[in-house]
Design a protein around this ligand. Structure first.
Ligand SMILES: [Zn+2]
Length: 125
């Protein structure tokens, strides 16, 4: 039976939903498509994997968070699958619900920080 919802509503993937730099490029918008978090000199394309996981600045935030997440050996894992894996792992630990909330708060904080860098010209050190 066909669903009443579009595919992205049934199986939402971070890669398909957030307006990051690569989407600006695909939609031919005249906007900066590089990651502003790790510095203009790096010229890293802003894709969700980079923004939420692979960016040097993001890695430091994850490592310095209460969760102490070290981003390594992720290979070609999508950011959606990486997030799902961490939520499953954190939820199985003692205090899992609190850890999952902390994980989501860091994700939300990264998105807000990115927006402040991108649109409010916030400078990171
Ligand atoms: Zn970056």
């Amino acid at each position: 039976m066909a669903s009443a919802y579009p595919k992205y509503m049934e199986d939402p993937r971070v890669e398909d939903t957030l307006p990051v730099g690569i989407e600006f490029f695909r939609r031919k918008l005249d906007m900066d498509i590089s990651c502003g978090m790790c510095g203009a000199s790096n010229q890293n394309l802003e894709i969700v994997e980079h923004l939420f996981r692979d960016c040097e600045y993001t890695r430091r935030i994850w490592a310095g968070s209460e969760l102490g997440i070290r981003v390594e050996n992720v290979g070609s894992l999508s950011v959606t699958d990486w997030i799902i894996d961490w939520i499953k792992l954190l939820s199985r630990k003692e205090g899992g619900e609190r850890r999952v909330i902390m994980f989501v708060v860091v994700l939300w904080g990264l998105w807000n920080l990115r927006n402040r860098v991108k649109f409010d010209a916030l400078e990171l050190n």
